[in-house]
Design a protein around this ligand. Structure first.
Ligand code: GRF
Length: 202
């Protein structure tokens, strides 16, 4: 089972998934790590050692279509089974998404459908919700709208800053993102419309 990770930043979710592969919890390989940011810390993480890691500069292409076509070719050549977006700060076009139907997943730091888009933790703090969390979902053509695979809840405390809440959510991200990847590699996820069912282990 071959995975490509797309990341633009820190890469802590990438690291969490790599660690579960290394420990044998997830039976898969990360064939590609792709970043759209040259200075993304993820590219220099120790966990990236031994993984084909590429900075692909969107600005070096004429347009988004050309950039994405290049990615599609790379992914097809590597026979990728799953694309894992881990802090990848670009929106993939409907054409790209339809090429990999139900083969792209994302993690969002809120309980979708609440607080879509950027700065989800700040949005939650500002709104005054008492609970927030994170969501692993399939990527469809909307933003943060695809079928939900897993969610985890955390408490929002009265004096939380967005950073406090983000740190509490991140702990759960590192738990549920690898879990979702594991279910997918084991072919234990069934999608019917918006409903995602996780099949019990035999
Ligand atoms: C996480 O908060 C994730 O929910 C969001 O982007 C952040 C990525 O963090 N999509 P990291 O790069 O995995 O550390």
């Amino acid at each position: 089972f071959k995975i490509a990770i797309f990341a633009s930043g820190r890469g802590s979710n990438f690291a969490a998934i790599v660690n579960q592969i290394k420990s044998g919890q997830i039976k898969a390989q990360i064939s590609l790590l792709i970043s759209d940011k040259e200075d993304a810390p993820v590219l220099n993480r120790p966990e990236a050692e031994g993984i084909e890691s590429l900075f692909i500069d969107p600005a070096s292409f004429n347009n988004q279509t050309a950039y994405e076509n290049y990615l599609i070719k790379l992914l097809q050549k590597a026979e990728i089974d799953l694309i894992v977006l881990a802090g990848y700060m670009r929106i993939l076009s409907p054409v790209f998404v339809s090429q990999f139907k139900n083969k792209i997943i994302n993690i969002h730091p809120a309980l979708l459908p609440a607080f879509k888009g950027l700065h989800a933790q700040q949005q939650a703090v500002d709104y005054g919700v008492k609970y927030s969390g994170c969501t692993v979902h399939f990527v469809d053509q909307g933003m943060d709208t695809g079928p939900i695979i897993l969610q985890a809840v955390v408490e929002v405390k009265a004096d939380d800053s967005a950073a406090d809440l983000a740190a509490r959510i991140l702990v759960e991200e590192h738990r549920i993102y690898p879990a979702a990847v594991k279910f997918l590699t084991e072919n234990r996820i069934k999608i019917t419309g918006r409903k995602v069912k996780i099949i019990k282990e035999e």
